[in-house]
Write a protein of this length. Structure first.
Length: 253
């Protein structure tokens, strides 16, 4: 039980709650729009922005890193918003190509870095256990703004509004939880609750996500396993159970 140290696990759990606060509703919108892999692409591009800052020696300058990451994500988001209007039927393949370019670009940037493999692992599976209360202050403020904008005006958002909010949310989260967990947090709760509607769907998605993060963080601490990977698997297992239960009971139909 000594491994269950709240001073370490507490910030990690709170980071997970912050990620879910935006990713559950955004994930439902992604599923509705049929652009499933946009989160992977934008997260990978934001990560590419972080790595680019490191190449220029800015890794110790928090603001420079954030500007680099957000700029890359926003540029990609604006481009995808434009392509969705111009070539809507080709949007998913374009997102896939963008993801591959960002992923291979990251590999090229890290090719000469002796710690490249470690940096790539951090980008993919995250470092949620390294979260501190202090490091989460800026993320909390950003997510309050994003959630206020989303719940107050999302019905008025066009393509560009959605992509801008999405870019900021994913850029912040990928630096804490990594690309894989960003994708899981967006898509798995949304897919598991697809039989529900409205607030009931949103609440169920939040409950599923919170249970997965808490259980995954505790399990990873107990068994000394990579936290991000454990949370992804925990979320998938809980989603299968929830989806099966909802299917048997025809909830929301």
């Amino acid at each position: 039980m000594e491994t269950l140290n709240w001073s370490i696990l507490g910030p990690a759990v709170f980071a997970g709650l912050l990620v879910l606060s935006t990713h559950v509703p955004l994930g439902q919108e992604v599923l509705k729009r049929g652009i499933i892999f946009i989160d992977l692409a934008i997260a990978q591009i934001a990560g590419l922005g972080v790595l680019t800052a490191g190449v220029f020696g800015w890794e110790d300058n928090m603001w420079a890193v954030q500007v680099s990451a957000v700029s890359a994500a926003l540029l990609a988001s604006v481009g995808l918003s434009w392509s969705e209007k111009r070539w809507p039927q080709s949007q998913e393949p374009l997102i896939g190509i963008l993801f591959v370019l960002a992923a291979t670009g990251s590999i090229l940037l890290l090719a000469g870095n002796p710690h490249g493999a470690e940096h790539m692992k951090d980008l993919l599976v995250g470092q949620i256990l390294w979260s501190t209360w202090q490091s989460l202050v800026h993320m909390t403020l950003l997510y309050v703004v994003l959630l206020t904008a989303w719940y107050k005006w999302h019905d008025r958002f066009g393509h560009k509004g959605f992509y801008v909010i999405f870019a900021f949310a994913v850029t912040a989260s990928v630096q804490f939880v990594g690309v894989y967990l960003v994708f899981a947090s967006l898509i798995i709760p949304a897919l598991a609750t697809r039989r529900l509607h409205g607030r009931r769907r949103l609440l169920t998605g939040y409950i599923l996500g919170v249970a997965a993060y808490v259980a995954g963080i505790v399990l990873s601490a107990l068994f000394d396993l990579p936290t991000g990977a454990v949370i992804v698997w925990t979320m998938a297992i809980l989603a299968v159970a929830a989806g099966s239960w909802l299917g048997r009971n025809h909830v929301g139909s």
